[in-house]
Design a protein around this ligand. Sequence first.
Ligand code: OX2
Length: 832
Amino acid sequence: ANNTVKTAASSQTQGHNPRRGVGTAAMNRAILDHLHFTMARLPALASRNDWYMALSHAVRDRMLDDWLASLHHFRNKELKVVSYLSAEFLLGPHLGNNLINTGMWDAARDAVESLGLTLEDLLRQEEEPGLGNGGLGRLAACYLDSLATLRIPSIGYGIRYEFGIFDQLIRDGWQVETADKWLKFGNPWEICRSEIAYEVKMGGHTEYHHDADGRLAIAWLPVKVIKGVAYDTPIAGYRSRITGLLRLWKSEAVESFNFQAFNAGEYYHAVDEKVVSESITKVLYPNDEPGVGKLLRLAQQYFFVSCSLQDMIRVHLLRSPRLEEFDQTFAVQMNDTHPSLAVAELMRLLVDEHGLGWDAAWKVTRSTMAYTNHTLLPEALEKWPLQLFANLLPRHLEIVYEINRRFLDEVSQAYPGDQARLARMSLIEETGGKFVRMANLASVGSHAINGVAHLHTELLKETVLADFYQMTPGKFCNVTNGVTPRRWVLLSNPGLARLISESIGEEWVTAPEKLRKLERFASDPSFLSAWRWVKDANKRALAATILERTGVTVDPESLFDIQVKRIHEYKRQHLNLLHILTLYHRIKRDPGAQIPPRTFIFGGKAAPGYFMAKLIIKLINSVAEVVNTDPEVAGRLKVVFFPDFNVTNGQLIYPAADLSEQISTSGKEASGTGNMKFSLNGALTIGTLDGANVEIREEVGEENFFLFGLNATEVQALKKSGYHPGRFYEEDGELREAIDAVRSGLFSHGDAGLFQPLVDHLLYDDEYLALADYRSYLECQERVSTAFRQRELWSVKSVLNVARMGKFSSDRSIREYCEKIWKVPIRPPFPH
Ligand code: OX2
């Protein structure tokens, strides 16, 4: 890859610097130029997409100046580069965010208007890159924003899925999945780097022989070689004059590999090979799918990890020939276990390909790698069937065995005779089928292991990784998640952002602890009414979109009670439903009941193979159908399922919420980040002591947070003592009424069987204790209703929530990673 052509310009470090104008006139000219030269269109014939593309190219051009300067850092030996390995990056639309972060919004808007268009229309044209499932992928995207904003040299490495997370349609109340063809109109934000490409081997077997010097040499003879090509996307930091790099790998066929097949006339076979090679990065796997062991998914993980590490080694070798110093060039963060093959792959590259001794390679591998855990759910902990692993990665299995042999030696030295502990800590699970345990591999191969909220890290140390914690407590630390206030306030809630900035200045955007200054305005009636006006405008905008997408009319004056997130039993959308059913019955029983009007809004995707989650969506829609058409509750209750919840829709939904539902079973939600987005936009939270809710409550004050339910200790104790959900059903008349209504067929046109699996699950299993928390949740919701009647007081609480949410900026999280894990200095902020 080091085939730079020497020219007069390339010998100057700064090179060519055609800094482009960012005023309205320059933008206008640039858009027209791109329409002409890039899109090959006449203005009179241009479609909205042509204009969107032309504008995006004009914006991208202006980001490249900073980008090329930023890329220069990678060669600077003094700067350690953060490498964030993640199988998912859920970026959301680029255009608006880039305009905000680069400060070009006004110029772009004016230029677009001078061409007779509106910026809003063009923003709507963008197909969002949905390269993630939910919180984990979105967290990675927030972290890229903060890394660039804080001017930390960094690269995000991931997979360029041709199809991202599926689009969700609702048909007859059921979720229907359709392919996300996000690239169909072209992607103006990426740059294909054909020259940055690596070969990745798969399958086959290994052979040992002695080389001329009598040393043991290992050869991996694969059955397949695939090429990974880099696609780069610039990530603008907020007014930092730094553009970060997201490098995603696309799989392709190696041109020469099956040349023989062509010669032998096996043309079709060769073409098949090409199809197989390209299939590696075809599609993002929805998570929560039952049944591990999808070969293609393991191939994806290995593919992107191998390309990324080869790329890092190339960059390192530009700085120094000594791979023992690799940890001075890169700090590698593994976002969950999906990239944990990096441990074995870095060992392979160092030992087999670059000739380092095992001990030296292990030392540098460990001090480079760090692992973030995002879940305690046992079914979400990755493990690969040994045979499948062996078939795809025969050499890596040998390396895993060797790591394991040495590691278990250490364990048995530390805990002589403790066989049970050895079995638990082994990288190989041997009880009932053999598996490679990826969390153990990641833990052993890392110098740092972190959870994503205080409670989660504590539970991690007590449960899933307890043995590892006991053996190496110093490796463990917590970094509570955060979200970027750029996308999640400035971009998505411009009204609120303006009001805040007018009151306390603009510093909060990069120094969100400054939001505290809002506290003094919480007693200012005119400020409060402006605050309320902003919220109401956001609610009206959401109401209009709800009408357009679902045909349901909702009242913007009502309490907007919102739960948007992936559909999962542990997140307990069904508990929310039980509350709705109870209110419904109360109003039917007593039309005079003092219940302020509420609009319940749900959104979220269910994994295509997760039957119960899909049934919950159907039930939400079925309840909506009955409630929304019942004249006895008209004007009092509405239920909406907002289809296809994604980043774009989130930007509309979070700012419009009065109440944020964060009601997971305590101990199950590692952190949550939607909880932060809501609160940062002035919603009050009803929630359990779970994940980051605990810390949000601490920050905003318990009087400004609606707490209910069992805590994690109580959950464990109840489970241990034997939990019988049926008792709660027997003893609570209103709960019984709600469940009986579902099982009677009231919501399924008399079909009593439809929701039977869900009802049975609740009555006889209820793994996530919805029935145990029902009464507490209901009582808490009554406190919500009472509070919402005092609108002024509600607004005060809303202001205080925003004022005290500074901790949850992803900038703070990234600073903590820098200090505790990456050992990367924080540079002073860029003077704007
Ligand atoms: C999610 C967690 O479920 C969520 O609680 C957390 O906020 C988010 O990651 C970011 O840390 N897949 N998604 C997650 O974990 C896994 C595994």
